[in-house]
Design a protein around this ligand. Structure first.
Ligand SMILES: C=C(O[C@@H]1C=C(C(=O)O)C=C[C@H]1O)C(=O)O
Length: 188
């Protein structure tokens, strides 16, 4: 008998990403503000943590992108792309799990080198370069199988948006972890 070792994350069904107007029932106002506020999350978490903010990369590299990512980026299903997964931390605690991806075909020749970011915030790059436009924010309950084991929980609120500069799109997804909602004093 052959048992295929399928990565756990591959077993999850892609979520339905919905805009603020499509989200019913509406989450509480405090949750909705964090899901759909268009300011830089880095800047907002820096303020919330009184400058106790940091970014720790978890894994980065060329990978096969997920079907919902390919669809949003407008590339063929199964396309290769750069994947960057990080924790956004407040006082060292993981507050947000973030996964940012861009298609290899669009990155090559764009001059954008995501590999050199390290523990600097991607947000500083995307918000400082006026050439990037942010697309509409969408939210969903994030598949637990897509989270790192130590923070794996069902129905955590997530949001995503695509930052575009010409043909390049950087799709940023951010999952709010339980410790964040405690720090923000919001019942999620
Ligand atoms: C898009 C932003 O950049 C943040 C920084 C990230 C990173 O360094 O990988 C990932 C998600 C974002 O929350 C932002 O600050 O809003």
């Amino acid at each position: 008998m052959v048992i295929l070792a399928v990565p756990h994350a591959a077993l999850a069904h892609p979520p339905r990403w919905l805009t603020n107007a499509q989200l019913h029932p509406q989450p509480a106002a405090g949750v909705r503000d964090w899901l759909f506020n268009e300011d830089s999350l880095t800047r907002r978490l820096t303020a919330l943590s009184n400058d106790g903010f940091s970014v720790t990369p978890l894994q980065e590299g060329w990978q096969r992108l997920r079907s919902d990512e390919c669809a949003l980026l407008g590339v063929a299903d199964g396309s290769q792309g750069w994947v960057r997964e990080v924790y956004l931390r407040g006082h060292g605690q993981p507050w947000v799990f973030a996964r940012s991806v861009a298609a290899r075909s669009a990155l090559e020749g764009s001059g954008l080198n995501l590999a050199e970011l390290g523990s600097r915030s991607l947000g500083e790059l995307l918000f400082s370069d006026r050439a990037f436009d942010r697309g509409e924010l969408q939210a969903c309950r994030y598949p637990a199988a897509w989270l790192p084991l130590e923070v794996r929980e069902e129905r955590l609120w997530a949001r995503r948006s695509c930052f575009s500069r010409g043909a390049l799109g950087v799709l940023v997804a951010e999952v709010f972890l339980p410790r964040f909602w405690v720090a923000a004093a919001i019942e999620a």
